[in-house]
Design a protein around this ligand. Structure first.
Ligand code: GLY
Ligand code: MN
Ligand code: MN
Length: 453
């Protein structure tokens, strides 16, 4: 490699790195604060046990369980968390001692050529803010010992416990033994402790989400510039995901949906195998993941760059319905009001174009919810309910006319603030005019990669 070439490559790699390196990051303090809130809300004499996700299969990428990540920041398999709230009687009265213990895989230099290395005990002790850090080999006995007759509540993610069937799973076996020894604890899901917290995003979580959403909007723009008749849905998917990766998104938040023509009416189309044809509409429902947080933005675009009158009519009803939902957004508003506002416009529009007569027929053309929270997972936890500052969610009305193979969904992301809302996905062209304008632009030329036959 000559020197000039080397400098160019180095320069390009540095630029890409700078572009993709965040100027913000979640620190161990944030994760500790979350654990502290959970600990403080745990009942006296209770134990909270949570395991990491199991290791990925061979050649698969590992991704941590969302709740476990939210509390630890650790993206490692073979780890676990025990939190305890124990009461003690002292001369001054009863006190509650609250402790956190992380169990982690010790480093194994002998496997360093084969497996990603664990953070290890020493680093975890010095960097993460747990009261105790122990090797994972000690987890089982600590878990068993924690189920003493003195505890009254046991928080565990039993949905992820290994199979609730006979023969008894390891967890059930343990409960049975503990109960035989006099334990009379109640088993509770940790969700009530965790979901209200996960529902409201911190400033740094908001930074990650906004980055994921901005990257997703770039993917949409490139899809609009690059799509053309004859291209396969999966090829458009790959162009979008290329833009995601170049911008520092390590993976998608969910399998990209590129549904053209007849596939545009299938809500979670995931094969992306069809070749797109002139005249098709294409539902492009995508979300980049960034720092474990995922966007969820849908655009519906005409393959040839121009909406037909029919497509435009349907599109504009969906757009107006979304706008009606947006117009009522502010803190304190109930999600059912947002839903009602969007439904009214859909009903009125479908009646106007003669597809339905009665409002009860809306479900024939629109059969999913209006939106959902977004966050560590695409359909994030916590529920919508009454909108509060710090909530991130999508609004995604649609109309699906099966008999015409014509589906339109428009999905945008929003953040509720103290005074109103931020339309976080507004960088993705959204109106008919904005989309057609973007589609006139030239996309990336991939012809250099084509094998010459
Ligand atoms: N991407 C799935 C959804 O819109 O809910
Ligand atoms: Mn979506
Ligand atoms: Mn969605």
């Amino acid at each position: 490699m000559n020197n000039r070439y080397f400098c160019k490559v180095l320069c390009l790699v540095s630029i890409l790195f700078l572009l993709s390196a965040p100027s913000f990051a979640q620190t161990p303090d944030e994760f500790q604060e979350r654990r502290q809130i959970v600990l403080d809300n745990m009942e006296p004499n209770s134990v909270f046990v949570m395991r990491s996700n199991p290791p990925a299969g061979e050649f698969e990428q590992y991704r941590q369980d969302n709740n476990f990540y939210y509390l630890t920041g650790l993206n490692e398999p073979n780890s676990a968390l025990i939190m305890r709230a124990r009461t003690f009687r002292t001369r001054e009265g009863e006190i509650v001692q609250r402790t956190t213990t992380l169990f982690i895989t010790p480093r194994n230099p002998a496997r360093s050529d084969w497996d990603p290395q664990s953070l290890g005990l020493e680093e975890a002790k010095s960097k993460l803010r747990f009261d105790n850090v122990l090797p994972i080999g000690e987890f089982q006995s600590e878990y068993e010992n924690s189920l003493t007759s003195r505890i009254s509540i046991f928080y565990m993610d039993y949905e992820r416990s290994q199979g609730l069937h006979t023969p008894l799973s390891d967890d059930e076996d343990l409960f049975k033994k503990a109960r035989e020894k006099g334990g009379s604890f109640e088993i509770r899901s940790p969700n009530n402790l965790l979901y209200p917290l996960r529902r409201i995003k911190s400033e740094i979580e908001t930074e990650y989400l906004r980055m994921a959403i901005d990257i997703t909007a770039e993917g949409h723009k490139e899809a609009m510039r690059s799509i053309k008749p004859g291209m396969a849905e999966y090829q458009l998917q790959s162009i979008i995901e290329h833009v995601f990766a170049i911008n520092g998104s390590q993976r998608v938040g969910f399998n990209s949906i590129v549904g053209s023509g007849p596939n545009s009416v299938i809500l979670h189309w995931s094969d992306n195998s069809r070749t797109m044809e002139d005249g098709d509409l294409v539902v492009v429902d995508i979300g980049a993941e960034y720092g474990m947080y995922t966007a969820d933005v849908t655009r519906t675009i005409p393959v040839n760059g121009k909406f037909t009158d029919r497509q435009k009519d349907v599109y504009n009803i969906v757009l107006a319905a979304q706008q009606a939902g947006m117009d009522v957004l502010r803190p304190g508003v109930s999600w059912s009001d947002v839903n009602a506002a969007a439904n009214e416009v859909l009903i009125e529009g479908l009646q106007r174009i003669g597809l339905i007569k009665d409002r009860s027929e809306l479900r024939n053309y629109y059969f999913h919810g209006l939106g959902h929270n977004i966050g560590l997972q695409v359909h994030d936890v916590g529920g919508l309910g009454t909108l509060e500052p710090g909530m991130h969610f999508s609004i995604e009305p649609g109309i699906y006319i099966r008999e015409e193979g014509l589906g339109v969904r428009i999905e945008d992301d929003f953040l509720i603030t103290e005074t109103g809302y931020i339309h976080t996905s507004k960088n993705a062209p959204r109106t008919v005019e904005e989309i057609e304008e973007m589609m006139k632009k030239k996309g990336t030329d991939y012809s250099r990669y084509l094998i010459k036959k």
